[in-house]
Write a protein that binds this ligand. Sequence first.
Ligand code: G
Ligand code: G
Ligand code: MN
Ligand code: NA
Length: 250
Amino acid sequence: REMELDLRLAIRDGGFELYFQPLYNLRDDCLQGFEALIRWPHPRRGMISPAEFIPLAEETGLIVQIGEWVLREACRIATRWPENLTVAVNISPRQFAAPGLSSTILQALGQSGLAPNRLELEITESVFIANIEKTLSALHGLRDLGVKIALDDFGTGYSSLSYLRSFPFDKVKIDRSFVRDLTEEGNAHAVIRAITTLAEALGMATLAEGVELPEQCEILRREGCQFIQGYLLSEPVEEHRLAGLIGDYA
Ligand code: G
Ligand code: G
Ligand code: MN
Ligand code: NA
């Protein structure tokens, strides 16, 4: 397929870019760090969204090489930020299952000099579908490297609660579908409260994704959610625009 060939060329020629979106701490009103989000400026087709090419990269296994680039680049860029800021990197299920993820992470940390606790890995519930025992031992292995682990898109998968109980995630990222409906009138805030209460009881932080309105932010604060992310703060931006955001939110 043409797109697959183009993906291989982009891997070979360094044809991807990382964008960054701020993660904001509502408890102390400080910037926590940024999530790295890959972009593919295609020579003929313009900017291609990861929603379009990550599935193909997963199918073909090319995600492993792309993911290595993302990890290296994200760690390298994060070393230029103030030392209290973290970088979050998405790890797709195939990348998680492939051998060598922890050595890739160690390499990215070693080459950049980034402290392990400044790197946060985002995984989705779908990694648990494979083999729960293996998944848990892989997660503990990653945790032993000193990196943080977040559960991404929480609430969209199957029996989320059993996964929450089986591994001590540092953070649970509440899917934006729960945030979209958040108004004073509806009952969506009750779901947020239930999730933050549960996460807190299990010793995990919560972040709400897709926060677009000040009203949503205030409800989230009130319902005990610690972190937010979304267009209210900023869309994902290029590295050269981060200094401005760091200044605004520091
Ligand atoms: O940034 P955007 O909303 O367009 O991302 C769409 C999807 O692509 C999201 O689900 C996001 O998690 C995923 N994604 C973005 N960057 C990466 C990446 O570097 N690696 C992986 N595996 N997924 C990514
Ligand atoms: O699956 P993941 O959470 O990694 O996906 C992150 C994606 O969510 C990014 O591609 C980003 O473009 C998108 N996103 C970030 N903030 C918002 C927001 O406030 N509203 C909506 N609709 N999408 C957002
Ligand atoms: Mn994510
Ligand atoms: Na998400």
